[in-house]
Design a protein around this ligand. Structure first.
Ligand SMILES: [Zn+2]
Length: 117
């Protein structure tokens, strides 16, 4: 039983709230209006960041995010990918050293479990 009824506006709101907090507020991430937010069904992934031409889509799986806490954590995770993408990193979709470094700062600031992030 899920307590969330996810919709794209809700994802954008969470994005905006996080964008104003440490460490995101120093990353120069685009405003929510510049992104597309999407709810999708996937059991394999909690969230996804896609680039389709000039469009950046931040998606959250309604199958894997039943609570507000999960939604916040998932959006934060995708925002790390977004940071790598905006830095022009080739491997922005990967969980490499740069990802881990940024993720560590996010987890420390927000109390997420780095092993589950
Ligand atoms: Zn990821």
């Amino acid at each position: 039983m899920t307590t969330l009824h996810l919709n794209p506006g809700m994802i954008g709101t969470v994005y905006d709230v996080l964008r104003g907090t440490k460490p995101f507020h120093r990353w120069g991430l685009p405003e929510a209006e510049a992104l597309t937010f999407r709810v999708y069904r996937s059991r394999a992934e909690r969230g996804a960041l896609e680039r389709v031409g000039e469009k950046i889509i931040l998606g959250v799986s309604e199958h894997s995010n039943g609570h507000l806490y999960s939604l916040i954590e998932t959006v934060a995770h995708e925002m790390v990918h977004l940071r790598l993408l905006s830095l022009g990193m080739k491997n922005w979709e990967r969980h490499g050293v740069r990802f881990e470094h940024l993720a560590k700062a996010v987890c420390a600031a927000h109390g997420f479990d780095p092993k589950a992030f």
